[in-house]
Ligand binder design. Sequence first.
Ligand SMILES: Nc1nc2c(ncn2[C@@H]2O[C@H](COP(=O)(O)OP(=O)(O)OP(=O)(O)O)[C@@H](O)[C@H]2O)c(=O)[nH]1
Length: 308
Amino acid sequence: MSSTQQHRSGFACFVGRPNAGKSTLTNALVGTKVAITSDRPQTTRHTVRGIVHRPDAQLILVDTPGLHKPRTLLGERLNDVVRATWAEVDVIGFCLPADQKIGPGDKFIAKEIAAIKRRPKVAIVTKTDLVDSKRLAEQLLDVAKMGAELGIEWAEIIPVSAKDGHQVDLLVDLLVPLLPEGPTLYPDGDLTDEPEQIMVAELIREAALEGVRDELPHSLAVVVEEMIPREGRPADRPLLDIHANVYIERQSQKAIVIGARGARLKAVGTAARQQIEALLGTPVFLDLHVKVAKDWQRDPKQLRKLGF
Ligand SMILES: Nc1nc2c(ncn2[C@@H]2O[C@H](COP(=O)(O)OP(=O)(O)OP(=O)(O)O)[C@@H](O)[C@H]2O)c(=O)[nH]1
């Protein structure tokens, strides 16, 4: 960093409809798998997704679930959280996949961000590896046109591919000047400030939803009750006991999560444990219980208990 160049730091969030590539892009920028790629209501509790450290800047990526048509109390609260997050960040990155024409879902979000004034907005055309240059050019023009129609002044329009890394560094170069001048906000080496318990809960939730997303789209929450090192273990062979509850809304969903003779829950436990061990770098004993929290999406008390 030269003496004439000020250090910058601030927050950016990637918005866009489900599957736009927000999480994958976050991972590509941060360089480690901290954001988990899927659409989960639990993301509301913990906003910092990853931190890009550079000598001249610190870019903190916060993540929100997508805005959607609220059908439940949870849905309404999520939308409020999303809007509040958008208004607080320094830069909004609007992700639009190159391989899909701009649709009503994108426009819905675009209108929302148009209403947020005084925040620079960058249009990010994602997944460029999936299209040819003609299609990409078309999409870039459409994005510019939509901005003009809705009164959004894009600070930049940039095509990227998180998959092959194309222009990912350039994206950071473009985002950094849009951040305010400021000191390093998080110590170097921090990728995310999410408490471990929440990340562990996410890994379990991810495993529990694997393959049954259609049947249990938003009816599953995970709460880690405790994480304690097992007593009496030799220093070179530690074991971490993790007790977690998987909450579902209805008794009938129990069979889906647990599977025939518990086979599915066992597989979920194994998959989650491996991920958790990789995350924490320590052997883990994972104890999972499935509980019914009836209609938790509609009940304010249950929502609070689950952290919303
Ligand atoms: N080919 C290609 N696929 C991508 C790229 N980025 C993301 N994807 C894929 O697109 C799908 C959605 O990506 P996510 O990063 O989960 O999208 P998201 O916007 O975070 O999705 P939600 O969490 O549902 O809001 C995944 O299957 C990714 O592997 C990319 O640059 N190229």
